[in-house]
Design a protein around this ligand. Structure first.
Ligand SMILES: [Zn+2]
Length: 439
């Protein structure tokens, strides 16, 4: 994987500063291109230990694999970096299946949400579509949901896709990207999912909970719905709309109020069930859902180093998040990034040369729940933002933060490195442009 060389050069250039030693380049190429281990590392993180939901057994096994691998390579200061604050419970899926058995049989493409409770044995139940336009519609369903499997969301419109799965950026595209200004995500604009009015959503949840529905099914949302992708995140813990967000506990919290078993269904299959019900047919489902919870504990990152010499306190850091969601093997997001960063450390170590600056790797936990591992690390080790909005001009650094050199993060999916995102840091633009000339 040629793009590794690029990353490696960045880290090495950072660690050596003005005195880039070009005699090392052939060695880097030889090791990276002829004895690469990156695909084996990726295989271990995904095929063997995936998925890696934070604090799940898969995450812990992957972290232990990474730690042992760093030790085997002779990296130093290899350790788990505990956040000092609780993450919540671990969770894993033990067994799952969902089938429609009437009016016709079909196996349903569906995935349970993370931290969803399970059901006892196999539940055979009628599906009820909660077809609510307003609060007054609630009455139609009162007394009718006990033991039922509830189709909770609206159907998701499925449109044909006319865009190719992937498109290679040409030189013009890349130059346009290189010359563009800060993107919307760095200027405070965020995507807000079009939600049903909060109050109605709460009343629907309240009704299902009070009545004792067996499970909640939702259609995979249209946001990012591409070619059958099913988008699955964490189980919802319903709260009345007046509850401040700061007071709401996520489903991973040991103190979270009870919630119902929750499953996301591929839009096409969900829509089919809704159409059958709207046609007056009785849809019967069979659901098996066995999940396992583990005691709440703090989260952690995995750290390792190649120590520097005279400038060892000027840390050059690389990293990626090790955690994933639970319905795939966490390859693109972000097994690839973790494997590339691990291989970069192996290549650097294989040179047998000590850099002037310390090169440190971090594999973060809790990224998918809001960058928890890296935020915790920055706060404990490097410093704090004093103003909370872009462009974050006011930062209080720790003594370690004052000396910190640079951090390279990889979480942009798979494929070759064709550039480096500035992540809102304008000062890096001329530096990266200069580096990329050689590539
Ligand atoms: Zn990611």
């Amino acid at each position: 994987m040629r793009h590794l060389i690029c990353l490696f050069l960045f880290a090495w250039a950072g660690a050596m500063a003005q005195q880039t030693d070009t005699t090392l380049v052939p060695k880097i190429k030889d090791e990276g291109l002829n004895r690469s281990q990156v695909m084996h590392i990726l295989h271990m993180l995904t095929d063997v230990h995936g998925p890696r939901l934070t604090n799940s057994p898969g995450f812990k096994k992957a972290a232990e694999y990474a730690k042992q691998t760093f030790e085997k390579w002779g990296l130093e200061n290899v350790h788990y970096d505990y956040w000092g604050e609780e993450f919540g419970r671990g969770w894993q899926l033990k067994k799952f299946s969902l089938s429609a058995v009437a009016p016709v049989y079909f196996p349903v493409i569906a995935y349970p949400k993370a931290w969803s409770p399970g059901v006892k044995g196999t539940v055979a139940a009628e599906a009820v579509y909660l077809d609510l336009k307003s609060e007054s519609d609630l009455e139609k369903y009162r007394g009718k949901l006990k033991g039922k499997i509830v189709l909770f969301s609206l159907p998701t419109p499925v449109k044909p896709g006319f865009e190719p799965d992937a498109r290679r950026l040409d030189e013009k595209d890349l130059l346009e990207l290189a010359n563009s200004g800060p993107t919307e995500s760095f200027t405070g604009r965020r995507f807000v999912a079009p939600a049903e009015p909060q109050r109605l959503a709460w009343l629907k949840w309240e009704l299902c909970m009070k009545e004792g529905a067996a499970a909640i099914l939702e259609a995979s949302p249209s946001f990012r719905l591409e070619d059958g992708t099913v988008m699955v995140a964490a189980a919802t813990v319903p709260y009345p709309p007046e509850t401040p967000f700061a007071d709401r506990l996520p489903s991973r919290s040991a103190q979270a109020p009870k919630t119902l078993p929750q499953v996301v269904v591929a839009a096409e299959h969900y829509n089919r069930m809704v159409r059958q019900i709207q046609d007056g047919l009785t849809v019967r489902l069979e659901l098996t859902l066995e999940t396992e919870f583990f005691p709440a504990e703090q989260g952690f990152n995995v750290i390792a180093e190649i120590p520097g010499t005279d400038l060892k306190d000027e840390i050059v850091m690389i990293g990626a998040h090790l955690d994933s969601w639970h319905s795939g093997t966490g390859t693109t997001d972000n097994g690839c990034g973790s494997a590339v960063m691990m291989e970069a450390m192996r290549l650097l170590k294989s040179l047998g040369r000590q850099p002037r600056r310390t090169i440190r790797i971090a594999l973060w936990g809790g990224e998918e729940q809001g960058l928890l591992g890296s935020r915790s690390y920055v706060k404990r080790v490097l410093g704090e933002r004093l103003d909370k909005t872009f462009p974050y001009d006011s930062i209080r650094l720790t003594p370690a933060g004052e000396k910190f050199s640079v951090y390279f993060n990889m979480d942009n999916g798979s494929g070759k490195y064709r550039g480096v995102y500035l992540q809102g840091n304008e000062n890096a633009r001329p530096v990266f442009r200069e580096w990329l000339k050689a590539l």
